[in-house]
Write a protein that binds this ligand. Structure first.
Ligand SMILES: *Cc1c(COP(=O)(O)O)cnc(C)c1O
Length: 401
């Protein structure tokens, strides 16, 4: 018998996960903290995106690219053997099955089309795990654009396969040797580079971070995950919406896109962060990379380094809308350790035949822990976004297993 959970979570007031408020605010977060030349460029991105998003022609072009090149819609797969072991009904939204192997392609195809609409010839991007860089290089090749990708030197070492893929696709990969030599520093460098290149280049931000309109725009490009999953779940189970909707959170784009499909339902939303990169769970108010949000900081307000085995979660902050959802109590943010994530990756491989990205394994690690600890009552339905596939992580895993 399925234990129906009492719906304790309030259904949000209209407008949660709608458009941000004036000046790109989500509650007290968001905004557009950038040098004057970038403020102007952001204004143009904002205006072009608003027009494009209201234009059925643009929507049609994007839908076609997503279907013909990215392999959408992705399946919603019941994890049968693992569900049985855990005593819950777990469904996986399979972003690992998209072309290039993660949800990043959804956002990038949208922004690449937008760049074309603005007459830009080149995409600038930052990347951590390399998935956003690979997606950007792919979209650029597909639409006949150039791509310049900034990547921390440490991530270049960890993600050699993706570095090669980007170069194979014709992108220029620029190593970033400042700071922790990971995603935060790559993002800073990419923004700095954009200042001198706004005339011919579009900065293709890879997550729901950065100055307005990026957090909102990237969420809208990723909401295809949540919208598809909602329809697929309703078709699968007559109860309509899952009890829990779970996704991993780096900057927060796969989670935001997933949550957006369920924001107006009673589903409980859970974002899972890396223990060492828990911006939403442990961050404090600050400004970085153009927006006001929650960031890991020391006592002097300096942004501290994140540490995660998953390069895509190795970011010391979280997108402004997640900070707002946390304050509203609409979404909950939890953390898991590197070890838990590795354990979850192995477990998924051996029960379902899926090797997940280490980022996605974080979301699963929480599901496993919560099912064991009673937080997920027996029989409850869980929809989890499997944000990417694990091929890029085999060299990391090989050293541990
Ligand atoms: C980049 C990445 C993430 C983290 O980014 P979000 O913006 O938080 O979604 C998670 N999983 C995979 C597979 C990634 O490539």
């Amino acid at each position: 018998m399925r234990n129906l959970l009492p719906w304790r979570e309030p259904v949000p007031p209209d407008g949660t996960m709608g458009e941000p408020g004036t000046r790109g605010r989500f509650g007290e977060y968001g905004g557009r903290y950038a040098p004057e030349s970038l403020v102007e460029a952001c204004r143009e991105v904002d205006q072009t995106f608003r027009e494009a998003w209201a234009d059925p022609g643009f929507r049609g072009d994007l839908a076609r690219l997503l279907a013909l090149h990215a392999g959408r819609p992705t399946p919603l797969t019941p994890a049968r053997r693992l569900s049985e072991e855990l005593g819950v009904q777990l469904y996986l939204k399979r972003e690992d099955l998209t072309h290039t192997g993660s949800h990043k392609i959804n956002n990038v195809l949208g922004q690449a089309l937008l760049a074309t609409r603005m007459g830009r010839r080149r995409l600038i991007a930052e990347t951590g795990a390399g998935q956003h860089g690979v997606a950007t290089a792919t979209a650029a090749a597909l639409l006949g654009l150039e791509a310049t990708v900034f990547m921390g030197e440490r991530d270049i070492e960890r993600q050699a396969l993706n570095v090669f893929r980007m170069r194979m696709l014709g992108a220029e990969v620029i190593p970033v040797i400042t700071g922790s030599r990971t995603l935060k520093d790559a993002t800073s460098e990419a923004m700095r580079h954009w200042v001198g290149a706004t005339g011919d280049s579009h900065y293709c931000v890879g997550s729901v971070i950065g100055p307005d309109p990026y957090p909102w725009m990237v969420r809208e490009f990723q909401r295809v995950i949540g919208d598809e999953a909602r329809g697929q779940f309703a078709a699968e189970l007559r109860t309509g919406v899952p009890d829990h909707v779970v996704a991993c959170v780096g900057g927060g784009s796969n989670a935001a896109g997933t949550f957006a499909g369920f924001a107006d339902t009673p589903a409980r939303l859970v974002g899972v962060e890396a223990e060492g990169g828990a911006g939403a769970a442990r961050g404090r108010l600050g400004v970085l990379h153009g927006c006001r949000s929650l960031f890991l900081q020391d006592d002097d307000g300096q942004i501290t380094q994140a540490h995660s085995i998953a390069a895509g979660l190795d970011y010391p902050g979280v997108g402004p809308e997640h900070a707002h959802l946390r304050d509203l109590g609409r979404a909950r943010y939890v953390t898991v350790t590197d070890d838990e994530a590795v354990g979850a990756a192995v477990r998924l491989a051996r029960t379902e035949g899926i090797v997940p990205a280490l980022e996605s394994a974080h979301a699963l690690a929480w599901v496993i822990r919560a099912a064991g600890g009673g937080e997920l009552p027996s029989g409850s339905t869980v929809l989890m976004t499997l944000s990417g596939r694990g091929d890029k992580d085999v060299s990391t895993l090989k050293e541990l297993l």
